[in-house]
Structures are given as structure tokens and as C-alpha cells.
Write a protein that binds this ligand. Sequence first.
Ligand SMILES: Nc1nc2c(c(=O)[nH]1)N[C@H]1C(S)=C(S)[C@@H](COP(=O)(O)O)O[C@H]1N2
Ligand SMILES: [Mo]
Length: 419
Amino acid sequence: MKTSPDDFVPAAGNGLLDRRVFLRAGAAGSLGLLAASAGAQERPAWAKLPGEGMGPAGAPSKHEAHIRRGHLSLQTGTTGSGASRTPLEFLDGIITPSRLHFERHHSGIPDIDPRLHKLVIHGLVRRPLEFDVDALVRYPAVSRIQFLECSGNSGVLTAAEPVQASCGSIHGLVSASEWGGVPLSVLLDEAGVEPRGKWLVADGADAAMMSRSVPLEKAMDDAIVALYQNGEPLRPANGYPMRLFLPGWEGNISVKWLRTIKVTDGPAMTRDETSKYSDLREDGSARLFTFPMGVKSVITSPSPGLTMRQRGVYQIAGIAWSGAGRIARVQISVDGGNSWADAALDEHVLPKCLTRFRAAWNWDGGPSVIMSRALDETGAIQPDRGSWFDGQSRGNFYHYNAVHAWQVGADGESTHVYV
Ligand SMILES: Nc1nc2c(c(=O)[nH]1)N[C@H]1C(S)=C(S)[C@@H](COP(=O)(O)O)O[C@H]1N2
Ligand SMILES: [Mo]
């Protein structure tokens, strides 16, 4: 079935179309109407000669070499401390290729020999245990597709003026992977947590000695000791040979290069959970722990650098996620929030994972402000920018999840605006 522009049903102001256009066969064909009609083609040179041979490992096309992690900020006076970001504007679907997963290191990437690395579980347990990789791979394993987001992601949106940067530079401290490994509950059960054991303190084998306190409840619920990322052993930057992975919670607590788990009767109040990653309130007090990441969405296309060259039908695409569970709904506005319509969600709507959303927009070539707003299965709604600041101290920039807006200009370029 072919659709024509007549099949595009308006859903909200300024040309936003009904999402059912994505559910209909032939919808792509209708967008193809914009292209010159394809007739018989000449065979180009590459279609006449035998191609390159195969190799032991793949690499992206040389024509896509610009798709790289962006905004590599290095903390001055350090070697390898800082962050690199996922180039969200160039990606589609929900899985982040491992080579483009964001990185956040507090003291660089340790060069760990997996044969010498051990995870020790001790403290308030009946039987202290020690595991190397060879031992862990013999345990019952699980794998799940889930996001990881740094609490500092999008924090630049607390600035007085909207920063002009790419989508990935602003929001790219979030990625999603298939994480595989051993449920922490299995290992803790084997060690035998004593009744007084209510928390654990996890620390990493990097020079930053990253350490975080985890409530036992979460550890027993869905935490894993991850060994695999997108089907292959973890990348060194992401915790090789093993990391803690706490689905939906602020990235910092997923301790990389996991070395020790000590079961305790309370939180240790480590440097990494007190001097950083805690939210300062208006009255000057600090909130004690903000673990799950709030419901959030971002339009990845169009966005700065992805120029819209002519008026007509475009796909608005983006990602939505919530640390509390599944995304229930994403709404889109292309008129600065005056009217909204539901986006279509891709097939895989997984808990604590990125969800891909799409909407069709018949752009009339005029300046437009485009926004997305997500709702999760617990009923939580992504806040608007104004209400995000309620109760927060000035200067707090962690856990920013407010609705975000791009302005598409008459020249087809997107810029960052506050609404
Ligand atoms: N050992 C250790 N674990 C760590 C860190 C670190 O510097 N050292 N950074 C934390 C922070 S702040 C985040 S956001 C995530 C980032 O994980 P990634 O680099 O795999 O994206 O790891 C966390 N775990
Ligand atoms: Mo982080």
C-alpha cells in the first residue's frame, strides 16, 4: 500500500501528524515521494568489481567516521579523568554501540589483567568469598537491555543561557547496552548475609578508589556483576573485567572494575556519595541519596547539526527512559508546547531502558519550537523546566530531567532554546 500526503492526519498544531503513519505499511514509500522517482540505474564501479575480503573484526564505514564520542572533557591536572559522550544525534534504535558508550572516569582507565583481578565479598556475611572471572562465568547468568545515565547528564541545562552544542554534547551521558553477568543476589546468598547486614559498600580497582553504598534491597533485587556488554566482554573503559550494574540508578553507583563488596549495617557516606552526586536543596540542606534516574526524553533528530534542507515531511525521533520502569507514553509538540500529540514507540519498550519514539511532522518551513515529554508506567511525568528548579538550591545540576526544546529556524538549523 502506498500512502500519499492526503493520508497524513494532523494530530497537533504546526503540522504534527498522527503517529499511525508509522504503523501503516508503505509509510516509508510516502516519504519517498519526496525523492526523484527511481528508474533504471547505472551500475557504479563498486558494483562491477569484487570487493574487499573479510577480516577478524569489523569497523564502521569510513563514510561514518564523524560518528564519534563527543565533548571529551578532561579534568585539568589529571590523566584520563573526565567524560566523553555518546553522539546521540547520529544513532537510532535503543542500543548504543559499545565503542560509542559514554565514559566517565575519575582516575582514568586501569589496565587490569583479568587473571589477577578478584572480587571479594566480605563484612557481615557468614562466609567471605573471592571470585575471579573464571569462577563467575560458571554461575547462572542473566542479560538485560538497560540504560546507564550519569547524574551529571544534561546538567548544563541549569545554566542561565541555553548552551549551543550538539544533542550528544548536552545529553550524551546516557547510553544503553545489553548487560550480561551474574545476579548479585546469587553471590550474596552464597556468602550468607547476616541479619544485621542492610547495606553494602562497593569499591573499584581504579586509582580513584570509587566507592558507593548500596541498600541491600536493591542489591538483592536486580543488581548484577556485569561481565558482558552487547555480547562481548566489557570494554576496558566500561569496567573490564567486571563491574557492578544497578539498573535505573544514577551511573556513579555502578562501580566499574569492581573489586570489593563489604556488607555493612548502614551506608558508609563515602566521598563519592557525599561531596558529589547529592542534591543541594533551597534551604541549604542536602538530600540523602538520589538513586533512581527520573523520567526523561530527548529529541535526537532534528537537532543541532542535522539541517532540514527543504519543507515537507520529516521524522522526529528521540529516546525516552525512566529509572522507575517502562516508558508509558511520549508526547511531542512542534509549537512550543501549545499543543501535544502522542509519538509512536518502537516495538521494544523495556523497563529501565531507552525507548525509541518517533513522530511525523509536516514542516512548513517556518521557525518552530519542538519538544518531547515522557510519562512512565508509575505515572511520573517529565517536569517542565520551571518546576524542575522547585526546591533546588541554585547551583545544583545533578539529576536534571526537565523537558528540553530545540528551535528549528527558517534556515532548517536547530538551536537550543529554553521554553
Ligand atoms: N571504579 C569506578 N567506577 C565508576 C566510575 C569511576 O570513575 N571509577 N565512574 C562512575 C560514574 S560517575 C559513571 S556515570 C559511570 C560511567 O560508566 P561508563 O564509563 O561505563 O559509562 O561509572 C561509574 N563507576
Ligand atoms: Mo556519573
